[in-house]
Design a protein around this ligand. Structure first.
Ligand code: HEM
Length: 423
């Protein structure tokens, strides 16, 4: 198959389900592949992805990039938000934004959230236990995978519990911005979601001004008034970014992690036999099926990647799912092995934009794995899960589980019955 067919297969339902054979073939055929139609260099080796993400020559596409490539960006609130946010800002704005946020996102503050993470997980697993009582099937994502990260990032920022359920659709609509090819509908959904979320966070800040609390919203309000000012818009957009980045990706991780363990019973047994392995299981699940499939950079000057000359201004995309299964970096990369240790994958990116919430996400994953598999020894997949129609985010929308062992499909039940009669 030619490289373009391999790359474009990622946009099909089969490619969303299992992109790995195509990515492997693409890495073998053209590890640095320039696609003329998408005008982008796609990188599929760990070495090249890591190099580009950590090299200052490769910048994130920011508002100055929009001026040239997205001239109508002012008509899109979502573009205005996304390309000026920390995630897409470059020096010196990126350093300033990240330093200010860092004040409210210290390891101490994250560690202080541990009890909240444990309590929230237990509460949601109570609901999950009720929903799966007497053999019923329940969507893990709806009951745990989505509400847990929203509640955790809500605790961090200061979003009241009563407000949290409304964010599921807004979060997935805002995340259409991450798609490598955005349709008019993607823009419309993202614009509407960003507009609504901006109103919400403006209002939250007004409440915090009159009633300060021990939360990130209050810390950032104080930072806004300090020496290295955040503008009002930056303040609102930074809360919005942390909120959406904090739950959309982690929801993906919780579903992928649970699915990986359920479909690898030997690995699940290792984790239930030794809860210390939960931390490694999270790391391995993030490597094995990565929530953020790809991320983009722009070459600020001419460069060379793996012997391929890349002109100034070129779009370069690091395919993190491919990097995480690169045999040059991970032995037997397609094997899901919770005892794998050593090199970390690129699931949280690398370099200046390395995920700000990685410690918190890992904590959520480890707590969830330990509690879920201890409490539900009969946990099993009830039906095939359904993924979101997204190339950039690998997220299950529906992960149907039963708490008491596998539910035979009608065909399988008939087959079993037939076999019994024959015997
Ligand atoms: C498993 C869960 C998560 C995954 C896989 C993930 C992945 C990523 C990736 C790949 C990036 C960098 C993208 C790039 O280089 O272009 C990133 C950045 C970021 N993440 Fe996460 N993330 C997760 C959880 C979180 C959480 C829980 C939070 C906040 C509570 C968060 C907040 C952020 C922020 C603010 C950035 C921007 C950092 C910057 O640009 O300097 N993430 N994340």
């Amino acid at each position: 198959m030619d490289p373009q067919t391999l790359l474009f297969s990622l946009f099909t339902p089969e490619g969303r389900e299992n992109p790995f054979p195509a990515l492997e073939a693409l890495r073998e055929a053209a590890p640095v592949y320039y696609d003329k139609d998408l005008d982008t260099y796609f990188l599929t080796t760990y070495k090249h992805c890591q190099a580009v993400l950590t090299d200052a020559v490769f910048r994130t596409p920011d508002l100055s990039w929009c001026e040239e490539h997205l001239p109508d960006w002012r008509d899109h609130p979502a573009a205005d938000f996304f390309y000026s946010s920390m995630l897409r800002a470059n020096q010196p704005d990126h350093t300033r934004l990240r330093r200010l946020v860092g004040a409210g996102f210290t390891p101490r503050r994250v560690a202080a959230l541990r009890t909240a993470v444990e309590d929230l997980t237990d509460g949601l697993l109570d609901t999950f236990a009720d929903a799966t009582a007497h053999g019923a099937v329940a969507n893990f994502q709806e009951l745990v995978g989505y509400p847990l990260p929203v509640a955790v990032v809500g605790e961090l920022i200061g979003v009241p519990a009563a407000d949290r359920p409304q964010f599921r659709k807004l979060g997935s609509d805002a995340s259409r911005l991450l798609e490598p090819v955005r349709t008019a509908e993607d823009w419309a959904r993202a614009d509407a979601a960003v507009t609504e979320l901006r109103v919400y966070f403006e209002d939250l800040l007004l409440r915090r001004r009159s009633e300060p609390r021990e939360d990130l919203a209050t810390v950032l309000l104080e930072a806004q008034e300090g020496q290295e000012r955040l503008t009002r818009r930056e303040l609102v957009d930074t809360l919005l970014l942390i909120f959406v980045a904090g739950f959309e990706t982690t929801t993906g991780m919780l579903g992928l992690l649970t699915h990986a363990l359920l479909t690898h019973p030997d690995q699940r047994d290792l984790v239930t036999g030794d809860p210390e392995l939960a931390v490694q299981a999270v790391e391995e699940a993030l490597r094995w099926d990565t929530p953020v499939q790809m991320t983009e950079r722009i070459a600020a000057e001419p460069a060379e990647i793996g012997g391929v000359r890349v002109p100034a201004g070129a779009n370069v995309t690091a395919v993190l799912t491919a990097a995480n299964r690169d045999p040059a970096q991970f032995s037997d990369p397609h094997r899901f092995d919770v005892r794998r240790s050593g090199t970390k994958g690129l699931s949280f990116s690398a370099g200046p934009h390395y995920c700000l919430g990685a410690v918190l996400a890992r904590l959520e994953g480890a707590v969830a794995v330990r509690r879920l598999f201890t409490r539900f020894p009969g946990l099993a997949l009830a039906k095939d899960p359904v993924r979101r129609e997204s190339v950039s985010l690998r997220v299950y929308e529906d992960l149907p589980l039963t708490a008491c062992g596998p539910v035979p499909s009608p065909e399988r039940a008939t087959a079993v019955a037939t076999t019994t009669v024959k015997d």
